[in-house]
Design a protein around this ligand. Structure first.
Ligand SMILES: [Ca+2]
Ligand SMILES: [Ca+2]
Ligand SMILES: [Ca+2]
Length: 215
């Protein structure tokens, strides 16, 4: 497994005390229940919790992740597949949950984005966290000129770790939408957990420590 990591963001490096490990604070974060319980879902009825789905690579499948042509779970046996298409029943998809956490704990999850559209159409996907410190963008694709994907491109399962900056209530939202009314895209989500701060991780005063790992 490739374990490349990137450090994104962060202000002055101030070490904070790491909170003690809590019980799991996100209900059904791995979607192993087989449904969206613990989450609020709205949008396309094609979205579901599933064991796998064929990649949307009608033209460019050979060189894009997943190399076997099917998205499999990043954690356990099921993951959330959020669909963005009119051809499957209409519109985009939004999945959100709320949780409480302590400063120094980490939000972790995996996502993929299978862009099934092409330029200049731009089905988009994003993950955002709002909390005591405001809004943190966790990932974004096709939301601006700086994060445009190539036609039909796939962003492989990517692991995100965000060390939370403050005690409080957080709202985590994943969303995707369809730009053109056809050529569906899929946003995959799995393994959403609040964990003790990563061993040895330096907690930044601004709370903007994000580690990413391509699987
Ligand atoms: Ca899972
Ligand atoms: Ca694709
Ligand atoms: Ca589309």
């Amino acid at each position: 497994m490739n374990t490349k990591r990137w450090l994104v963001g962060g202000a002055a490096g101030v070490m904070l005390a790491v909170a003690s490990a809590p019980a799991d604070q996100i209900v059904n974060g791995g979607f192993e229940s087989g449904g969206f319980n613990g989450w609020t879902y709205s949008g396309n009825p094609a979205s579901s919790v599933m064991p796998g789905v064929l990649a949307r690579d009608p033209l460019h499948g050979g060189t894009q992740a997943p190399l076997d042509g099917e998205w499999d779970p990043a954690e356990g046996v099921l993951f959330a597949a959020l669909w963005s298409t009119d051809s499957q029943g209409g519109g985009g998809a939004t999945l959100s949950t709320q949780f409480s956490a302590l400063a120094g704990q980490a939000l972790e999850f995996d996502y993929f984005f299978d862009y099934g559209d092409f330029n200049p159409y731009f089905d988009w996907a994003r993950g955002d966290l709002t909390g005591p410190g405001g809004l943190t963008a966790l990932f974004a694709h096709n939301t601006s000129d700086s994060n445009r994907l190539a036609d039909d491109a796939n962003v492989d399962w990517t692991h995100i770790v965000l060390v939370l900056p403050a005690d409080g209530v957080y709202t985590l939202t994943f969303a995707t939408d369809d730009a053109d009314g056809t050529f569906e895209s899929i946003l995959g989500i799995d393994g959403v957990f609040v964990t003790p701060s990563p061993a040895g991780a330096m907690v930044f005063a601004a709370g903007a420590l994000i580690l990413r790992r391509r699987r």
